[in-house]
Ligand binder design. Structure first.
Ligand code: PLP
Length: 359
């Protein structure tokens, strides 16, 4: 038997999404061409943008297509707001690595032992251009007090950007957008294609251009529009929004079974990291867990050592370090993440495999 418990790294492409993408492939003309075939492709692109806007409760003019979460994060960090950047230390690498390129002073907040931003009233500078705090952390799944962070941000004249790439399958992004001025999303975490995402920026918030060389995306991101990706983004977001409650129930039950089975056997030899977290992520630090991830792979269990994109990086997790864990503990964590196709059998198989690898 095998168990794929790495949905936070990527989820399988949904059949309905691939069908829409294949249909979009027929509309091969450039959406910016003036002829009839181009106009047909442009209409389909408009439809994808409208559908995304409807799910998010924004206007189509507030939706910008990107090549995924990384680009949307880079765009936000580099091109939103003037003046200092304040961010949580547990942001995704796409945000953290873009911060120095922004060319403004950068201030880091602090998170508590559960990965939740604390004390921001004191650590946020008096005047701030942009605040970046993710909706849900990609390693431990922590959710942030975005309403309070938004109040503090706006009181200081800043813009609040929230990377919602991991939040989108379980959280109401419409609600997050009542607090945040901009959010990023990525299709492949929702059963859509890789290389497709959006940056949503509320009307009235100035956004500078990321890529020059074309008039696409209201003149702010040049490059021939990727209609198939846009369609994949729209369909996967619609389906994820429709099944959100069921997703939370299903993954929450699986996680309880998984963590309960492990903790009954391991007791204090394991720590479940994070408190207020999304239901589909279980990050566990195991005593003697340094090589567990590789042993699990050999036995057919796919999981991640923190962020999938840094899985080949032997450095300890920056998220766990920010949460106050020591370097050793920050290397012993494994992230298990669940999706709609995950079954009880897979979860129990994974739990028993972990126990046999650690014994
Ligand atoms: N932000 C978060 C929180 C993520 O988890 C990821 C992907 O792992 C990204 C951004 C990057 O998204 P993409 O893979 O679409 O570039």
């Amino acid at each position: 038997m095998n168990a794929y418990l790495d949905y936070a790294a990527t989820a399988p492409l949904r059949r309905e999404v691939s069908e829409e993408m294949l249909a979009a492939a027929e509309l091969f003309a450039n959406p910016d061409s003036l002829h009839a075939a181009g106009r047909k492709a442009a209409a389909a692109l408009l439809d994808a943008r409208d559908r995304i806007a409807r799910v998010l409760g924004v206007s189509a003019r507030e939706v910008y297509f990107t090549s995924g979460g990384t680009e949307a994060d880079n765009w936000a960090i580099r091109c939103l707001g003037d003046g200092p950047l304040y961010l949580s230390p547990t942001e995704h690498a796409a945000v953290l690595s873009a911060a120095p390129v922004r060319g403004t002073p950068v201030f880091f907040g602090k998170v508590d032992g559960d990965g939740i931003l604390t004390d921001f009233e004191h650590t946020m500078p008096e005047h701030v251009g942009l605040v970046a705090v993710m909706g849900a952390n990609n390693e431990v799944g922590s959710l942030q007090p975005l309403s309070e962070i938004a109040r503090a941000t706006h009181a200081r004249g800043g813009i609040l950007f929230s990377d919602c790439v991991q939040a989108a399958c379980s959280q109401d992004i419409q609600k997050i957008l009542r607090d945040a001025d901009a959010v990023s999303l990525s299709a492949h975490k929702l059963g859509g294609p890789k290389g497709a995402g959006v940056l949503v920026v509320k009307q009235g918030i100035p956004l500078r251009s990321l890529l020059v060389g074309g008039e696409q995306e209201r003149g702010l991101r040049g490059g021939t529009s990727n209609l198939m990706a846009a369609m994949g983004m729209a369909k996967s977001l619609e389906l994820a929004a429709e099944e959100r409650e069921q997703f939370c129930r299903h993954t929450g039950e699986l996680r309880e079974l998984f963590e309960g089975t492990l903790s009954a056997a391991l007791g204090e030899k394991m720590t479940v990291d994070g408190r207020c977290r999304v239901p589909n992520i279980s990050h566990i630090t195991f005593e003697g867990g340094e090589t567990l991830l590789y042993a699990l792979d050999l036995h057919g269990v796919a999981a991640s050592g923190g962020a999938a994109c840094s899985a080949h990086d032997p450095k300890p997790s920056h998220v766990m370090l920010a949460m106050g864990r020591n370097e050793h503990a920050a290397r012993c964590g494994v992230r298990f993440s669940f999706g709609m196709q995950t079954t009880k059998d897979e979860v129990l198989f994974a739990a028993h495999t972990i126990l046999s690898c650690l014994s």
